[in-house]
Design a protein around this ligand. Structure first.
Ligand SMILES: Nc1ncnc2c1ncn2[C@@H]1O[C@H](COP(=O)(O)OP(=O)(O)OP(=O)(O)O)[C@@H](O)[C@H]1O
Ligand SMILES: [Mg+2]
Length: 291
């Protein structure tokens, strides 16, 4: 996108201002997706203290309304939700020219970056953690609406996943409240969003979770595919009695009615005949899942 020099200078000064306000200095730009900018910072006092600041530039255009809505959506979720598999927020601010919030730095990066070295142990662990995180969000009637490997971050120490980027999320009145806006990222958008006038946002998240799990099972970024048909074809190469086939066939089912909810998916995975059962039992034992 073209920006005038003035606008570029403006963006730079907001970045500096956000850092100054919170006592940080910029270390690295992580994403520049105008009007949203994400950058890694470190404390001026202690260089070992590292954080991430996400800024929403306000440029007094129509885009502002969307930006404001996205920022408000993120903040409403991040202030309400505290869960080991959902991203945390440290602080936020509303300034004349921009919005900003500070969050922990998840040093291992995104799930997309972890795909090439993925193994079954890790993908099993991450699937269960993502289910637990999403189940918690859905229980609070929060639909994420942009679940994808780029929006899943990995912690440095225990290699835990956290669901991030709530810019498209919706807090609904009930678990059955229909929505009508197509949201998400290409390849992760469930088919019913293009066909039906109204649909269930939580089931849309489940389809996207299916795509994330597909990426982990096949160690491939879904954007490397030409179409979602290719994704379905590769699922059919799996043994049709395996749990991976069962999960992927169900979550990627074009019919949202038949698609499992997070709660039901965890119940299936918990069955003693499947390799996930012990992980779920230990998670349940830690009390991390059933708040
Ligand atoms: N806390 C964090 N720790 C480490 N990396 C992060 C963090 N937050 C964001 N990132 C990196 O910055 C990228 C963009 O962040 P985020 O998804 O919040 O912004 P966005 O502009 O809403 O993205 P998009 O619209 O492309 O999904 C992430 O995909 C990730 O690579
Ligand atoms: Mg994102």
């Amino acid at each position: 996108m073209y920006h005038s020099k003035k606008k570029k200078d403006g963006l730079l000064s907001y970045q500096d201002d956000a850092c100054h306000v919170y006592g940080f200095e910029v270390e690295k730009l992580l994403q520049d997706n105008h009007p949203i900018k994400v950058f890694q910072v470190r404390s001026k006092q202690d260089h070992n203290v590292k954080k991430v600041i996400k800024t929403y530039f306000k440029d007094n255009t129509d885009v502002d309304q969307i930006t404001t809505r996205q920022f408000m959506a993120e903040i409403s979720v991040l202030t309400k939700i505290h869960h080991p598999y959902v991203m945390g927020m440290d602080t936020m601010g509303i300034f004349p020219g921009y919005f900003a919030y500070v969050m922990p730095l998840y040093e291992t990066g995104t799930l997309t970056e972890a795909l090439p070295t993925m193994n079954q142990e890790k993908s099993d662990e991450y699937l269960v953690q993502l289910c637990a995180g999403l189940k918690f969000l859905h229980r609070h009637k929060i639909a994420h609406r942009d679940v994808k490997t780029d929006n899943v971050l990995i912690t440095a120490k225990e290699k835990r996943v956290v669901i991030a980027d709530f810019g498209l999320s919706e807090i609904l009145t009930t678990i059955d409240t229909p929505v009508s806006t197509i949201k998400g990222t290409h390849m992760y958008i469930s088919p019913e969003q293009f066909i039906q006038k109204e649909f269930n946002a939580f089931k849309c998240d489940m389809y996207a979770l299916g795509v994330v799990y597909w990426c982990m099972v096949f160690k491939v970024d879904v954007f490397d595919l030409k179409s979602s048909e290719q994704m379905k074809e590769s699922v059919n190469t799996l043994c049709d009695t395996s749990i991976d086939w069962l999960v992927l066939t169900n979550l990627l089912d074009p019919s949202p009615v038949d698609r499992l909810t997070c709660y039901n998916l965890l119940c299936v995975l918990e069955q003693p005949e499947y390799r996930f059962s012990e992980r779920i039992a230990s998670l349940r034992g830690n009390g991390k899942m059933f708040y």
